[in-house]
Design a protein around this ligand. Sequence first.
Ligand SMILES: *Cc1c(COP(=O)(O)O)cnc(C)c1O
Length: 417
Amino acid sequence: MNPHFAYKDNILMAEGVSLADIAAQVGTPAYVYSKAAFTAPLDAFADAFKDVPHLVCFAVKTSANLSLLRLVAEKGQGADIVSGGELYKSLKAGIAADKVVFSGVGKTGREMREALEAGIMMFNVESAEELALLSRVAGEMKKIAPVAMRLNPAVDPHTHPYVATGLKESKFGLDRETALGLYAQAARDPNVSVVGLSCHIGSQLTSIAPFLEAAAKLKGVAQELAGMGIQLKYFDMGGGLGVNYNDETPPALAEYAAGLKGLLRDVPGLTLVLEPGRYVSGPSGLLLTQVLYNKINGEKRFVVIDGAMNDLIRPGLYGSYHRVLPVCRTGAPEVTVDVVGPICESTDFLAKGRALPQVAGGDLLAVMDAGAYGFSMSSNYNARPRAAEALVDGDSFTVVKARETYADLVRGEDPSA
Ligand SMILES: *Cc1c(COP(=O)(O)O)cnc(C)c1O
């Protein structure tokens, strides 16, 4: 578990702040982030690659609160974005436009214009039609679009099928032949400039081998391009480094870095781009909730809490595991329970078959390691206002996103229309 969330006198703390105090002041459900827990992996990435030209581009989709993105900006690091909205938020947080990488299979013309206007570092292109549109938009704007092709290296990341993106049959990336063809085309196109090569093979990887297998394939393409007279600047390995939610042993960052650096030693002149998401934000946040009821259906025991799948959809969507901890450690005997929310769906659970110390209505529970794909995937399903977000720094905390109100739920709607 992240050292920045630990018990002190049997109360679970975020750094120096009691989660019970945060719940009392902010209410529940609430996301609570630790600044130190968020910045430590950003620093670790910078450190692991400090001896080679590199750029860390935090994957904004994992956790897009402006106050967290500001921490990325303050480190001089960049952003990996997948939408115009994420570009807007990144720039607003102070991340330099020329450190922004635009990923994703479905960029719109409008998003391309916004990104060209801002002057981003590169577009990771995923199809011939996307390249054609980007070229047209750049031409209309009298700008030159910096592009990298996203290669689909056809490797099995051995992760959950919903988060595997580099398999041969996945919608992501380009096969080698198509990519080479597009490079040749782009090299002749005055509206684009070829700057890089990219991949992102999946998320929550727990071994190094698939990364290195992918990197070796990218390296082969880079060398072939050099032979065609196309010299790349950026070698973008995407994100995907896993974290420990339960019993996984994700690879050490040092091992990942050593593997990549070793592989690229004989291809000089490249800047390594890294797009960590979950590795940075996952362990940095938790979902703080309150117990509403205990409920027994036959043999099964449920703990009904005020947090739900609209707040944290990972368990329902992927069957993901999150540790659930009582905020106050009472020494009560353990019982096996499902921890569920109030939403009218059977996928509305946060934990299943979990041994938890017996709790009562009003007790607080922390759903751990929820900083990535937590709030950013949350919704208003069941007309539930989205949770507040709080950021802890040492002995104090700030509400960095106000809890939504009922008025927020009807913004833009008009019953008389
Ligand atoms: C989602 C994504 C990332 C981040 O992935 P993690 O597994 O959270 O590190 C990085 N790059 C791209 C292109 C992505 O789509």
